[in-house]
Ligand binder design. Structure first.
Ligand SMILES: Cc1cc2nc3c(=O)[nH]c(=O)nc-3n(C[C@H](O)[C@H](O)[C@H](O)COP(=O)(O)OP(=O)(O)OC[C@H]3O[C@@H](n4cnc5c(N)ncnc54)[C@H](O)[C@@H]3O)c2cc1C
Length: 379
């Protein structure tokens, strides 16, 4: 299956159908229509193997297709992209670590249209704890889709300090508090706090063994997926930048052309890096540190590209782009917010330390053998 054969499923049939409308972009909003469309077109099941009713998107040989799909969804709408990336990540963890019976049950849930997510982040105090009797106490924070995700994969701390993955069964609207999510952007991602106190192991399924969640390189290298979504956000900003120059008759101006050219370089550099990072992450060849270092290199580049593309669009479009009536206004808010990901300094310096300590020449640090060409061409 080629990436392009999946993409029409994600793409809107009519302009705006895949996008949150203004009401959904409000504080406390959620992209109900766009998620319903992903469900209707089979994309919630697509990460599953064909034997479980999916399209095998989590298989290493399909990484180009998954990467292209994540970018496509992110280009349409970053909040939807964030939610879909969390859904894919949760299913990837289930397929990798859960025993067959549990994976089968959860795959059925996904095929029936349950939205999954990964909720790992927690408040400094009061994070999620699983006691020896199987009882849960505590909360998760910055949980996307809170109140809408009905099968969250959460990490719960055990008495010995290790973390166990659980996929919990939640009713829509249950336990979610979105009151603190008064965010600059990504308002429609319903990123809130969810308190699990009083629930127990019987309300969910344990996935894998303690500390499987943090196993490397899968944990850190999985960042390639949010980079693919961010790339879609970068492309959407540049597309709007371009449309504005055309609509205002300013595309011939050499200053505008310089800024637009710089934005194109940022996007294309990101596209190439994300494609390679995805392949290197999927191949998992060589040491985990080496795989992670390449994904971290891509993280640093894409974050900078996103920031640059926003600044270039702001200067080229000017004040009009800051008005709520201009599409750039929301695209920039969403991208600026979604660029905030964990420990960016650590990602950059970790990559630098790896390269500084490596014995081989720089051009051999990530040889092509680490990223074998997938059957599908890069789209
Ligand atoms: C829209 C959105 C949706 C999200 N949804 C989810 C979700 O569904 N599930 C989930 O688990 N999480 C979610 N998150 C949270 C996300 O995974 C990260 O936890 C969060 O984005 C971290 O951002 P931060 O800027 O606070 O990062 P931080 O890591 O706190 O970084 C902030 C700054 O501090 C620096 N820094 C980091 N650590 C240290 C340190 N120890 N000492 C000194 N400096 C440090 C960083 O390099 C950076 O400069 C979401 C985030 C966003 C933006």
């Amino acid at each position: 299956m080629s990436p392009s054969s999946l993409l029409p499923l994600a793409r809107s049939p009519a302009p705006g159908d895949g996008l949150c409308d203004a009401a959904e972009d409000a504080h406390g909003g959620f992209p109900i229509r766009a998620i319903a469309r992903l469900r209707r077109t089979g994309l919630l099941a697509a990460p599953l193997p064909e034997a479980l009713g999916g399209r095998g998107l989590c298989e290493p040989g399909r990484v180009d297709a998954l990467r292209a799909l994540l970018t496509e969804v992110g280009r349409d709408d970053l909040a939807v992209g964030r939610l879909y990336e969390g859904h894919v990540n949760a299913l990837a963890l289930v397929l990798r670590y859960a025993d067959a019976a549990i994976a089968g049950r959860l795959a059925r849930d996904a095929a029936e249209g349950h939205l999954f997510g990964v909720w790992n982040t927690e408040p400094a105090e009061g994070g999620l704890v699983l006691d020896g009797a199987g009882g849960l106490r505590g909360a998760k924070s910055y949980a996307s889709g809170a109140g809408f995700v009905t099968r969250p994969l959460v990490t719960a701390r055990l008495a010995d300090g290790r973390r166990l993955m659980l996929v919990m069964r939640l009713e829509p609207g249950a336990r979610a508090d979105l009151s603190a999510w008064r965010a600059h952007g990504m308002r429609a991602s319903a990123t809130g706090t969810v308190d699990f106190s009083g629930l127990s192991l019987r309300d969910g399924e344990a996935v894998g063994a303690p500390d499987d969640y943090g196993r490397q390189p899968f944990f850190f290298a999985g960042a390639w997926r949010f980079l693919a979504v961010q790339l879609g956000g970068i492309e959407a900003v540049i597309e709007t930048h371009r449309a504005h120059l055309a609509a205002t008759g300013r595309a011939e101006d050499p200053h505008q052309q310089v800024r637009f050219g710089q934005a194109m370089v940022a996007a294309e550099t990101s596209r190439l890096l994300v494609a390679r990072a995805a392949r290197i992450a999927a191949a998992e060849a060589g040491s985990p540190e080496r795989v992670i270092a390449y994904v971290n290199l891509a993280r640093a580049a894409v974050e900078q590209a996103g920031l640059d593309v926003i600044a270039l669009a702001q200067r080229s479009v000017g004040l009009a782009g800051f008005l709520e009536s201009h599409p750039l206004e929301r695209l920039m808010r969403d991208l600026a917010t979604y660029l905030r990901q964990p420990a960016p300094d650590f990602a950059l310096t970790g990559m630098a330390a790896h390269a500084l300590a490596a014995g081989e020449p720089l051009h051999d640090l990530w040889s092509d053998a680490m990223a074998p060409a997938a059957p599908e061409a890069i789209g």
